[in-house]
Design a protein around this ligand. Sequence first.
Ligand code: DSN
Length: 415
Amino acid sequence: MNNLQTQDPDIFGLIQKEKTRQKEGLELIASENYVSSAVLEAMGSVLTNKYSEGYPGKRYYGGNIVIDEVESLAIERAKLLFGAEHVNVQPLSGSPANLAVYMALLNPGDKVLGFSLDQGGHLSHGHPLNFSGKLYTIIPYFAKRETEIIDMDEVEEIALREKPKMILAGFSAYSRSMDWQRFKQIADKIGAFTFADIAHIAGLIAGKQLESPVPYFDVVSTTTHKTLRGPRGAMIMCKEKFAKDIDRAVFPGVQGGPHDHINAAKAVAFAEALKPEFTEYSRQIIANARALADALTKRGYRVISGGTDNHIVLLDVFGSKQITGKEAEHALEVVNISVNKNMIPYDPRKPLDPSGVRIGTPALTTRGMKEGEMETVADLIDQALMNKDNEAKLLEIKSRVTEFALQFPVPGINN
Ligand code: DSN
């Protein structure tokens, strides 16, 4: 960092501040994680200097001999990790990846069945202001009101009635397992394409803790920076028969030059995820989420659907404690605990101040925390929320958070 410190002390200083925040705080945003030093190194490499539109062996620029090897290695490792027939590692992030999938399989106006956004779906699964909601006809499916779990019989009923051209299974705030095989059976009844967005749970699938949709689904997209613990980016996996359409949709359909430094970092992360330690890591993420859910339940918080099968715990803070999601997010931020406010199924409140908060364990698990520590984390969360209007008390809790967090090193941050 010496060059940066000399040449741009402002940005250097801000990076140092962010390092301190990451070390001293508790990161419970379900979609965040800490990458390894090796991943960071690849991201900060000279590979960022290259342009390489096209694919290995078929580029629009010269000088891509090394880049071809990098991208091919990333692809081979991803195929091995997920057992995919074809992989495109170029998507810059989750939404462009999903845009490419829509473009490859559908025409504007086509019907897509997707998990309702206010119940845990994602922006790119049909938000009215997103390309998905503007260009396609989105038919939502829901969680059952009594169980807060997706009702597959209802999914089938809607699919048979609406006959969508594609069924999308995936979420950004849902804590239960997806029944991939049932989705596929339903899609086969109406000849629909199957598209799974596993952005949140890719690491748990790679670590063999959750069932994979890859053997069943036509196309599967994922980001690489959540439970998968790679660089900020995405990829698309598909059956060989969709390979050409997917590749064309990514480039030149949606994107220009790939980010080769990021693709190298993806390759590094895939190699890390192929190691036996990653299986243990992903097992621990779920064990920690369950321990945290139990510890919060004991303290009177209602956990949506009564528990979790993955890394996410959705809390109904308004229903449990008359604290809104926005208030809870703010109080926790004051003590250096990061979470995000979130809608809960059938939320009577609005998206900017909903009833819930979403909590996730991937980042704390990366720091080496286990079930015992989740008890402490639950206690700190509860203390902060119960004292949300008491500034002095919040300051005291903040120093407890710092002292606790500093016992667990963050990979990639030495100073
Ligand atoms: N923003 C991500 C999340 O938090 O789930 C999804 O794109």
